[in-house]
Design a protein around this ligand. Structure first.
Ligand code: 4NP
Length: 160
């Protein structure tokens, strides 16, 4: 059995986008029967919401689609670079914050953006921050996460 692929999704607050990506990816992995092949987590570049559950609106959007969001918000720490193979940012600011905190080139090389995995997305496309907007923003984030996570799973799943 190969070592599990370790993936951490990262946004700003770790209450909207990265818990959505984490929940979607967990769901897709379970559906594919690949639970033992992955370790999945999420974190934020900021610590303002540490300990909080996923945003109520993000959780409701996921629930309506049959997905569950879990976890308590935490900040992405420099040590996390050693704990994950892929550090998947939601937007350009997250990516540049992560790259500036990376201890070395190997760590920088682990940083990608979710939509860059999706061949349907233009290079550099972001998962837009839904926090100060309405419900449509959360629907859009969810759809983007499904497309990005589906592509990420296809690209990283162990050969069978
Ligand atoms: P997230 O959304 O980065 O997708 O979790 C946000 C959550 C909180 C804030 C901004 C974005 N905030 O400014 O508190």
């Amino acid at each position: 059995m190969p070592a599990p692929v370790r993936i951490c999704f990262v946004c700003l607050g770790n209450i909207c986008r990265s818990p959505t990506a984490e929940g979607v990816f967990r769901h897709l992995v379970a559906k594919a029967g690949l639970e033992s092949a992955y370790q999945i987590d999420s974190a934020g570049t900021a610590a303002h919401h540490t300990g909080e559950p996923p945003d109520r609106r993000a959780a409701a959007t996921a629930r309506a689609r049959g997905f569950r969001l879990e976890g308590a918000a935490r900040r992405f720490e420099p040590e996390d670079f050693a704990r994950f193979d892929h550090v998947v940012a939601m937007d350009l600011q997250n990516r540049s914050d992560l790259i500036s905190r990376a201890p070395d080139q190997a760590a920088r090389d682990k940083v990608t953006m979710l939509r860059d995995w999706d061949p349907q997305s233009a290079d550099g496309s972001e998962v837009p921050d839904p926090y100060y907007g309405g419900d449509a923003g959360f629907e859009r984030v969810f759809d983007i996460c499904v497309a990005g996570c589906t592509a990420l799973l296809e690209a990283t799943r162990p050969a069978s």
